[in-house]
Design a protein around this ligand. Structure first.
Ligand SMILES: [Zn+2]
Ligand SMILES: [Zn+2]
Ligand SMILES: [Zn+2]
Ligand SMILES: [Zn+2]
Ligand SMILES: [Zn+2]
Ligand SMILES: [Zn+2]
Ligand SMILES: [Zn+2]
Length: 115
């Protein structure tokens, strides 16, 4: 019985220097791949989801001041930051924490630690 979602048709082999950032998720290592967390599990790749937790809240933090990027930066496709799905939305990884583009400001959705 499979008790976790498996990423089908995953030809790419994640590993050191595969080009995908490795992050710490719940005490293990996952690879960020197109906004998904991929976990190597013996001969297949599990699809992990970053949940909304106290460590990674989906909070609005309009006063978040950050040196991660210039003020006025607009996150989006090809903005230079790694997209990460978080709960029901997409964040961007900026200087080791998650930014959610919320109008004119960025919300701080907590730390995502790179390995
Ligand atoms: Zn990879
Ligand atoms: Zn994981
Ligand atoms: Zn906000
Ligand atoms: Zn920030
Ligand atoms: Zn960005
Ligand atoms: Zn978020
Ligand atoms: Zn931002």
């Amino acid at each position: 019985m499979k008790d976790h979602p498996i990423h089908e048709h995953h030809a790419h082999q994640h590993g050191a220097n595969c080009g995908h950032p490795a992050v710490i998720h719940d005490g293990h290592t996952d690879y960020l791949h197109d906004g998904h967390l991929h976990h190597l599990h013996s001969d297949h790749v599990d699809e992990h989801q970053l949940s909304i937790t106290t460590q990674n809240p989906a909070a609005c933090t309009p006063t978040h001041r950050c040196d991660g990027h210039e003020s006025g930066h607009r996150h989006g496709t090809n903005c230079g930051h790694q997209a990460v799905s978080h709960g029901d939305h997409v964040d961007y990884l900026v200087a080791g924490h998650l930014h959610f583009a919320h109008g004119a400001h960025c919300d701080d959705h907590g730390v995502l630690q790179l390995t």
